[in-house]
Design a protein around this ligand. Sequence first.
Ligand code: ADP
Length: 167
Amino acid sequence: MSKEHPRIAVCPGSYDPVTNGHLDIIGRASRTFDRVVVGVVNKPMRKSKTLFTAEERKDFIEDATTDLDNIEVRIFSNLVVELAREVGATAIVKGLRAISDFEYENEMAHLNHKLDPGIESVYVFAHSSYSFLSSTGVKEMAIFNADISDLVPAPVAAALADRLGRR
Ligand code: ADP
């Protein structure tokens, strides 16, 4: 791939907190593109309040991706296509789990295409081990002290237990 024109992708999300499912998509994007900018939505529209601050959510991702040298994590508060333009990305890479993701993502892909037809939305099917994994699910499990060690990175599991676990 030409280094003069690096292929850059953004992987946007709320990542509250990052799961192994997100990390699988980020890792696969990092192998497909020259550079990946993981965009952490500062104040997600879809969620009234996040459990972790944007800084905390960013730190968890940075900590879990130290082995990948083409990843940058950024907090953003504007439109995904604006973030993509800012960093020179030509693609938005997102994971698709079930049919329920499809409906929302189909709408987002069309809206983003309308906003900037030069930026392609690329969808990656979730790994079968993570196709039923969501940040909401792990938060619910953490409340009841369930074992989430194979679903999230160790520092995330510890932070969830600390913040939500019932003593
Ligand atoms: P959520 O709150 O639903 O986990 P995010 O906004 O943090 O979602 O997700 C960012 C992106 O990661 C979305 O494209 C979402 O579909 C994708 N994603 C979330 N969980 C997984 C998973 N387990 N496997 C693959 N992709 C996922």
